[in-house]
Ligand binder design. Structure first.
Ligand code: ACO
Length: 378
């Protein structure tokens, strides 16, 4: 019998080969298609980065313009999708709404010639275009309002903020939001991307791939952490409470949200950029105590836990930025999904290029040869 070595959580087990992104967790390095995240955050836009991730190269001026126009042309939702959303409970989590909507797109666009490049292109455009509209529409509808139609004259980031708040955003804020989208667009084979790839490997449709990834991202150990971070900062309440809070977590082995990472053993480079964005926002829009609490928390956690390689991850400062941008707390993970749709689609496309269905093995820990006990004898 074959002997397998078991790694809980598949830690360190290569599950694929990929040329989309690279992380060096010891150096705090993240690259998309070989380009450092710092360069993309300062020089690129989200849509340009999405193109890079999905098609492997930066677009030239014309390619980017065409891509933007195609996305603009597919932003609207079918009225039947909106009607379906009207039946969702207002109290439901927006991630569940997004997952349902992403899956529902498969009902409307159900062609299955998965190997046709034109089909892949269309699905990429449609999903990148419609995911933000679905998130914004649910936010308005759960508050009893009609969804706002997308505006073709606005950038990807600005249009989302417009659809969410029903007013055109300050370009400075739209630019900060665009950088956030770039930072969250891709991160190698994390839980939601793996989930997308497993689903993709069955050659099902791309809407099922994205729905599956959205469901996986929703968990508090993954994309849901940003939401939890803000709740934690509210609970801590003051800078003075930070140290006793951390000491209590350490003593009781409680996880501190927004810290720790399977791969990074230093500060996540995205957290450094997000902290800088948070500072810019606080300078522009006024300080609040949450930023001071967060900085103190980072200081105390690194004092107490850096020996374990526990540092802020991407979710630690993103919540602070989103809060300052006026995004409701339970939309932080859907906003993450808007951005990560680019990475999921890149992996979907890559998976199709050299597909083999995922079918790992298991180490059986149960019994053998047990007799069936009739109901009356149990
Ligand atoms: N707070 C306190 N201790 C922590 C934390 C944390 N946030 N993260 C890890 N540790 C400790 C663990 O208690 C464990 O200690 P031990 O060895 O003494 O038992 C050790 O560090 C290793 O932790 P694991 O949970 O085994 O690490 P793993 O790689 O499995 O988990 C994870 C990584 C899930 C991100 C974890 O660090 C965590 O739960 N963090 C909090 C949630 C969070 O912020 N998630 C967002 C991650 S980024 C993203 O998904 C986009």
């Amino acid at each position: 019998m074959a002997v397998y070595e078991y790694h809980a959580g598949l830690e360190g087990v290569p599950a694929t080969q990929s040329s989309i992104s690279f992380v060096d967790g010891q150096k705090g390095l993240l690259e998309y298609r070989g380009i450092a995240i710092e360069h993309l955050a300062s020089k690129s836009t989200f849509l340009e980065t999405a193109y890079l991730l999905i098609w492997g190269e930066l677009p030239n001026r014309q390619e980017l313009q065409d891509f933007q126009q195609e996305i603009q042309g597919h932003r609207r939702l079918k009225y039947r999708v909106r009607d379906m959303m009207k039946c969702f409970p207002e109290s439901g989590h927006p991630m569940d709404a997004l997952q349902a909507c992403a899956a529902a797109l498969g009902l409307f666009y159900s062609r299955r010639e998965i190997s046709d490049p034109a089909y892949v292109h269309e699905a990429v455009v449609r999903l990148l275009a419609k995911v933000p509209t679905m998130v914004a529409a649910f936010q308005l509808m759960r508050n009893g309002n009609d969804p706002v139609q997308p505006r073709d004259d606005l950038s990807y980031a600005a249009n989302f903020l417009y659809m969410l708040n029903e007013r055109e955003p300050d370009p400075f804020l739209a630019n900060i939001f665009d950088v956030c989208l770039t930072l969250h667009a891709e991160h190698t084979i994390n839980a939601s991307t793996f989930s997308a790839m497993v689903t993709a490997s069955t050659l099902t449709d791309p809407y099922a791939v994205i729905a599956s990834a959205v469901g996986t991202l929703a968990g508090p150990l993954h994309g849901g952490a940003a939401e939890e971070v803000v709740g934690m900062l509210e609970t801590i309440g003051t800078v003075e409470n930070v140290r006793p809070f951390v000491e209590n977590c350490v003593a009781n082995k409680k996880k501190i949200m927004g810290f720790g990472h399977r791969v990074y053993k230093v500060k996540d480079p995205r957290a450094t950029i997000l902290q800088n964005l948070a500072e810019q926002l606080f300078d522009r829009l006024g300080q609040d105590r949450y930023y001071d609490i967060a900085v103190e928390l980072e200081k105390v956690v690194s004092e107490k836990m850096s020996y374990k390689g526990i540092y802020p991850n991407v979710d630690f400062y993103s919540g602070l930025v989103y809060r300052k941008l006026g995004i409701p707390t339970d939309l932080y993970t859907p906003v993450f999904a808007i951005s990560r749709t680019a990475g999921w689609l890149a992996h979907w496309k890559e998976q199709l290029g050299e597909n083999r269905i995922f079918r790992p093995t298991q180490i059986y820990t149960g019994l053998h040869g047990i007799d069936y006990v009739p109901m009356d004898d149990r």
